[in-house]
Design a protein around this ligand. Sequence first.
Ligand code: TEU
Ligand code: CA
Length: 588
Amino acid sequence: MKVRKYFALLTVAILTAMAACQSPTKKDDQSIPNRKWWKEAVVYQIYPRSFKDSNGDGVGDLKGIISKLDYIKSLGVDVIWLNPIYASPNHDNGYDISDYRKIMKEFGTMADFDSLLNGMHRRGLKLVLDLVVNHTSSDHEWFKQSRSSRTNPYRHFYHWWPAEKGKPAKRYSYFDVDNNAWKYDSTTNAYYLHYFARSQPDLNWENPEVRKKIYSMMRYWFDKGIDGFRMDVIPFISKDTTFPPLPKKYHGNFLHYYANGPHLHQYLHEMNQKVLSHYDIMTVAEGAGVTSDEAMNFVDPKRQELNMLYNFEVMGLGLKGGEYRDLDSNGVSLVQFKKIYTKWDSVYGERGWGTIFLGNHDMPRMVTRWGNDSPEYRELSSKMLTTFLLTMHGTPYYYFGDELGMDNIKFDSISDYRDIETLHIYEHIKETGGDLQRFLNNEKMIARDNGRTPFQWDTTANAGFTSGTPWIKVNPNYKTVNEAVEEKDPNSTLNYFRKMVQFRKNNLIMVYGKYELLDQDNPNVYAYTRELNGRKMLILLNFTDHQADAHLPVNMKNAKQLIGNYSKTAEKENPLSLRPYEAKVYQL
Ligand code: TEU
Ligand code: CA
């Protein structure tokens, strides 16, 4: 029954999109060099903990995902990226792995995994897993051995600094109450390195034994049939093991130092030769600390390393940062936003391939961060951002729940938070007698937990996510913002997402067409063209809550609108005048 409903809707979505798009794509198909399935794919990211709970323990699980595969298929997406599903004590929700070849107890069993993968492949969906190999959990057997004695065979699987040499040079840590990446361990009178939490010791990639073990583990998953890896903080893996004082030029920018280890590219190339190149798979590097000048070193096909990398630059927009993670009172500058995306597009002008995303499990909800989550504009601005994601050059990574227009939950109290990052910063501010309220206010906007609340399936208790008590609160707006309600409404953000995905699929120009920014100094409107084989499309996006005009050197006389987020056309139709958060795509 359900399946049929989805397919009926899917057919409607496809027909609408096809009707909206007049020109056939046949002509586009020829003469596109280097076509690849992962360039043409739309990736849908699922945070398994929060997608669907099958057994009432309040935690999403693999069986829950299996039960929703028809829904996922109905979206039109091609690839599912799952955040870590491996055995873990869950200090950082699976980013602290205690066994790479086992499934996290809360998520299910290896048999569940096999049937999930099978269910995806049967539906023509591909599966990308998270590869977390900069660090393990301190509960990993390797680390237990390593810390047990200085002569243990696993000792050099991690980075140790013997205390008799004095204190090691300062290294900053993300999730440490003292901000210190060296933790003293009395068993062997030495410090170990952890760029993230104390429970996430960094692996020693300079040790060939470590690399061998990791490559073998990667082959284990590829041999099971997975279709790729998203590589967690992969730029951080190589380290200068003399651990000198942080060089001056990296003061205030330690990330950049972490991302520039001496043998990083040697290891990525080795990984490519020993593992990746033997399978038809995709890889995407989390690009923390990588500048646009360096991105090509990861993805240039000639170098044989990885396929794609995320651009992190945009993540800092509109934030002042610092200890309190303050917001910039001027908000996000659209001119800056456009500049960053345009700069990153030019990186891949000739070779390599980019990515586009506006949200993930480390970010607040896209509509709150980049759109407008007020009742009046939540849906419109969600659709506008969806239009952006699906009309840009580069593979779109779409975060689950954004298709419903889910927004930040904005917790008032620290007791509602679950994330190690928020909790540790709070502890630190408390210990140093800082202003806790200021921090909590900022977290309403940027805390990672905002993007981790349960998926809103329907109007029943806990949004249909669980029959038990959810591990983190459900956003109370689930009574109106949910899949079941949106399923029935042809104009919902959900059905708009489906329409946009089909629009991209039906127009290869959206994948391969050259991107050009227009009207760059316009603070309200993002306007750009995509062009392929003599065909040209214009995308107009109003990022404000008021009427705004694009100023373009483009003749709109024969322009035809193909798709847009308002259901009715404006009364006085001036194509370059946009209503609040309006998004339109024209064929020129
Ligand atoms: O994130 C690493 C990272 O680069 C940080 O920017 C991270 O975004 C953090 O949220 C700072 O706000 C990856 C994972 O995506 C993240 O979920 C993990 O917590 C982290 O690595 C450690 O594995
Ligand atoms: Ca469960």
